[in-house]
Design a protein around this ligand. Sequence first.
Ligand SMILES: [Fe+2]
Ligand SMILES: [Fe+2]
Length: 132
Amino acid sequence: MKWQPSYATGDAEIDRQHRALFETTEDYREVLSEGAGKNTYDGVLEFLMAYVEAHFGYEENCMHAARCPVAGRNKKEHAAFIKMLEKEVEVQARDGFSHARAMVLVDSIDNWLASHICRIDVQLRNFISPKK
Ligand SMILES: [Fe+2]
Ligand SMILES: [Fe+2]
């Protein structure tokens, strides 16, 4: 999935982070479509976990500072997303790599991101003045 101008939040750094997340899933989706991905899956999960936590933290601070009315809801949805990722890390550690499961995760992340950004993150643009 690709970042789209309709996902713009009014904060260039948040948009950059969203783009990087979409790029990660897109790159890994390509690897999976070639029948590969087993050896890099742990690294992808590790990257996603660290990146998403950093992004969520940054974005939650922005929303809080801007007194965005969906700040609480944003936090809640972020927590649910982290849970989904943590669950996959657990299953991966227990059962090992599954191509089908990795595909499901990539789809879930893309769907979650698109839906969450459109409903929640974009609301920030009504409450902050755009930076450069
Ligand atoms: Fe968010
Ligand atoms: Fe976000």
